[in-house]
Design a protein around this ligand. Structure first.
Ligand code: C5P
Length: 410
């Protein structure tokens, strides 16, 4: 019940993603929030106000003349809400909000907002990239609004593009990050690698892998919520930047290596969740490789970033966490990795459990023990990992002793 006691207005614009607002309302309520729904007239063409009345136990507000609220409904709701989330925020609704109109219940409520205002855009990708929308969004951000997404993915007409509404669970996570502060990691600086790497073959093609980056991004947004100062060095992913987190893009293993090596000394904790390619093509062809009977690729090893940070004994972070993805003999090879890479904690996943999906099953392995965790959301697993990191930070005695650190150089 992480949003217990929070008062949230969900405001719907008229877009096809309005059906996802039903799930959003349920998710926020599941987390303990009290939710009220306000809809534009256009939104009522996509989902019925009765659905929300049934879910929230209060009528959805669709006009300014609602009988069910005493006094002025927009003033009352604007004052009541700790946050107003506009989802879906259509191009039209964004434009109207930017120009300060207040001619329906939703815009009037927005105008009276006391708490945080979040826009969750959802529209065709050309509407999103339209100059008018982009300049409106900049204005809203300048005025203090928070914009979540949109994400790149399938749109209503089947095209793939940037314009898809963020998923309800991710929206709820972002709200939680903003509204609920826990500070058990405050003062800690955490560097996280996330996502796949792309190893270019020629100007068109690359070698990659199925990592989505969701695990690393979940750790980042939870660490930020818990008060840490967070930077992600991110491979190519289609994920929104978590609220309050700095993202440093890195495409290939070598770029990721450079980004981490130039920064890691400034961090207390380094968590390497990226699926870094072990090999890259020996040659990067300047021109597109021509079709032939067959093609032999020569691959060479990439730098092992985790092992290199582990080996920098003097400057190394207090806590170093690695991931191990295996298809067989999971625990034994993860323990081997813990020692070989001089990490403090290894998060071992079976390849079948987590890659690309929303949930994961992992075993946490440190010098003392192996803890097998059940299948859970990546967000829940992120918090388990961070609990362990906090323990290691607070109890240096629990970290493996590195004899070589104390040896005199010879
Ligand atoms: O040895 P293996 O690649 O299985 O180790 C996985 C761990 O090492 C992960 O934490 C991954 O982020 C990290 N790694 C790395 N650089 C590489 C390969 C893996 O940092 N080149």
């Amino acid at each position: 019940m992480s949003l217990q006691g929070k008062c949230i207005v969900v405001g719907l614009g008229g877009g096809i993603a309005a059906f996802k607002a039903v799930e959003l309302v349920r998710e926020l309520m599941r987390r303990g929030a009290e939710v009220r729904v306000v809809m534009t007239e256009a939104a009522t063409h996509f989902v019925g106000p009765i659905t929300f009345a049934g879910l929230t136990g209060r009528p959805a507000v669709t006009d300014l003349w609602a009988q069910d609220y005493a006094g002025e409904v927009h003033v009352e709701l604007g004052e009541w809400a700790d946050a107003i989330v506009i989802a879906p925020a259509t191009m039209n609704l964004i434009a109207r909000a930017t120009s300060g109109q207040a001619n329906d219940a939703l815009l009037a409520t927005l105008a009276c907002a006391r708490g945080d205002v979040f826009f969750v855009p959802s529209m065709h990708h050309r509407m999103w990239s339209h100059q008018a929308t982009q300049s409106n969004i900049r204005t809203l951000i300048d005025r203090g609004a928070l914009v979540l997404g949109p994400i790149t993915g399938p749109l209503a007409n089947g095209e793939i593009g940037e314009g898809r509404m963020m998923e309800p669970e991710d929206i709820a996570d972002e709200l939680e990050s903003r509204l609920v502060h826990s500070d058990d990691l405050s003062g800690s600086r955490i560097l996280i690698t996330a996502g796949p790497t792309h190893e270019d073959l020629d100007p068109i093609r690359f070698l990659g892998n199925r990592s989505s980056g969701r695990m690393g991004y979940a750790i980042a947004s939870q660490a930020q919520r818990r008060g840490a100062d967070v930077t992600i060095v991110s491979g190519p992913v289609h994920l929104p930047t978590p609220f309050g987190v700095e993202v440093v893009p890195a495409r290939s293993a070598r770029e990721m290596h450079a980004a981490v090596m130039s920064r890691f000394e400034q961090f207390d904790v380094v968590i390497m969740a990226a699926a870094v390619a072990d090999y890259r093509p020996e040659r990067l062809e300047a021109q597109k490789i021509k079709k032939d009977e067959s093609l032999k690729l020569e691959l060479v090893r990439n730098p092992d970033i985790l092992a290199e940070v582990g080996a920098k004994r003097a400057q190394r972070p207090s806590v170093l966490v690695g991931f191990a993805l295996e298809t067989e003999d999971l625990e034994r090879s993860a323990r081997h990795k813990l020692v070989r890479k001089a990490a403090d904690l290894i998060v071992a996943n079976e390849a079948s459990a987590g890659l690309g999906g929303d949930t994961n099953r992992a075993t946490l392995i440190d010098a003392a023990a192996a803890t097998r965790l059940p299948q859970m959301t990546k967000r829940a697993l992120a918090n388990q990992i961070l609990d362990r990191v906090r323990t290691l930070l607070n109890n240096p005695s629990q970290r493996p002793r590195r004899e070589a650190e104390h040896e005199a150089p010879n």
